[in-house]
Design a binder for this molecule. Structure first.
Ligand code: OSB
Ligand code: MG
Length: 368
């Protein structure tokens, strides 16, 4: 396979409601799209990096720069052995996994479209629909939070995830547990907002029968999560910390994570995400598909990933209308709390290129 050009599109899409986490408030999704033109056809990939380096050290401008300055040339220099060759070819650059993941996704899309194979069948999907949860941001107050959660319950979401931080944890969790009743699936995500000094406080969450607590401590402190996991009953689940399959295996063996959130962008691509799923499945560790407020492009690929057999918990794979008034592809519509796994070649969705132009924040950068 030969890559003729890599086009980087930077676009802005307003969110239907602000999304607040322990690291900040987002009112729009500024997203970098990768469009590859190859000898077998075109492909699209979405980069999950945020506009600021607050969730991860990577951010949109850094992604653009590392692709332009280093990664693109390695792919444009000569023929490559398809999407499976991308990660090895890009290994000379340390980190920058979100940038690498977006390039690999675009090349995989081009390759599988040419082969007439869907992402789902390429990954080894065993389901044609996936169970969906929804990630609920920090609210100005509890009544507003309960209104938002109620609309998601009415829409059919199978699991609620609440963003928490010090000062917004026990009360909102108690209120939502009341609203859901004893059987409702509920989990929390701290995005690194706590420290080991908070163990006694976090133990109070045990009263609410949570599925898990996601990433309470900073990403490098895997040992601290093992300490917490021994001190509380709520299962600990890592997100930010899990950047490769070997890190996931180490964290599992240390007892730092008994459930894993898999995000393809964070781990350097869908192919690494599939390997991580396999390593977790072998060890009996349940996984679920995280989200990064993706457009239909990333969502299509996430839903395909979430259809693998080890994804036994509902993912942050919500419907298009949870994020955007209009999506970049045909919208994903929730039905009985599930989304369909696309069956067409590649991602199986069509990028609405007129919207990519309308929502562009600047001219595309074309690398040859
Ligand atoms: O920690 O899972 C996270 C969004 C942006 C950055 C980090 C996270 C999230 C979410 C949203 O929780 C998940 C989604 O609905 O896409
Ligand atoms: Mg998270």
């Amino acid at each position: 396979m030969r890559i003729h050009a890599i086009e980087l599109h930077r676009i802005g899409m307003p969110l239907v409601r602000p999304f607040e986490t322990s690291f900040g408030v987002q009112t729009s999704r500024e997203v970098l799209l990768v469009h590859v033109r190859t000898d077998v056809g075109d492909g699209w990939g979405e980069c999950v990096a945020g506009v600021d380096p607050f969730y991860s050290s990577e951010y949109v401008s850094a992604v653009e720069d590392v692709i332009r300055s280093y990664l693109a040339q390695a792919l444009l220099a000569g023929p490559i052995g398809g999407a499976a060759a991308v990660a090895p070819l890009l290994r000379f650059v340390v980190g920058h996994r979100m940038a690498k993941a977006a390039l690999e996704a675009a090349i995989l899309d081009a390759q599988l479209r040419a082969d007439g194979v869907s992402f789902g069948s390429h990954f080894g999907a065993t389901r044609d629909r996936v169970d969906c949860g929804v990630s609920v941001g920090i609210s100005p107050n509890i009544p507003t939070l309960l209104d938002e959660v109620q609309t998601y319950i009415d829409q059919g979401y199978k699991r609620i995830k609440l963003k928490i931080k010090p000062g917004w944890d026990l009360e909102p969790v108690a209120a939502v547990r009341d609203l859901l009743g004893a059987g409702g699936l509920l989990q929390v995500d701290a995005n690194t907002a706590y420290t080991l000094d908070d163990v006694a406080h976090l133990r109070e969450l045990d009263a609410f029968e949570l599925l898990l607590i996601e990433q309470p401590f900073v990403e490098e402190d895997i040992g601290a999560h093992a300490v917490l996991a021994r001190a509380i009953e709520t299962p600990v689940c890592l997100d930010e910390s899990i950047v490769t399959t070997s890190v996931a295996v180490d964290a599992i063996e240390q007892g730092a994570t008994s459930i894993v959130n898999i995000k393809a962008g964070r781990v350097g691509g869908y192919l690494e995400a599939v390997r991580m799923h396999g390593a977790c499945l072998t060890r009996g560790i349940p996984v679920w598909c995280g989200g990064m407020l993706e457009t239909g492009i990333g969502r299509a690929a996430n839903v395909a990933l979430a259809a693998l057999p080890g994804f036994t918990l509902p993912g942050d794979t919500s419907a298009s209308d949870r994020y955007f008034a209009e999506d970049l592809t045909e919208p994903f519509v929730l039905e009985e709390g599930t989304l369909p796994v696309p069956t067409g070649p590649g991602t199986g969705v069509t990028v609405r290129e007129a919207l990519v132009r309308d929502w562009a924040l600047r001219d595309p950068l074309v690398l040859r």
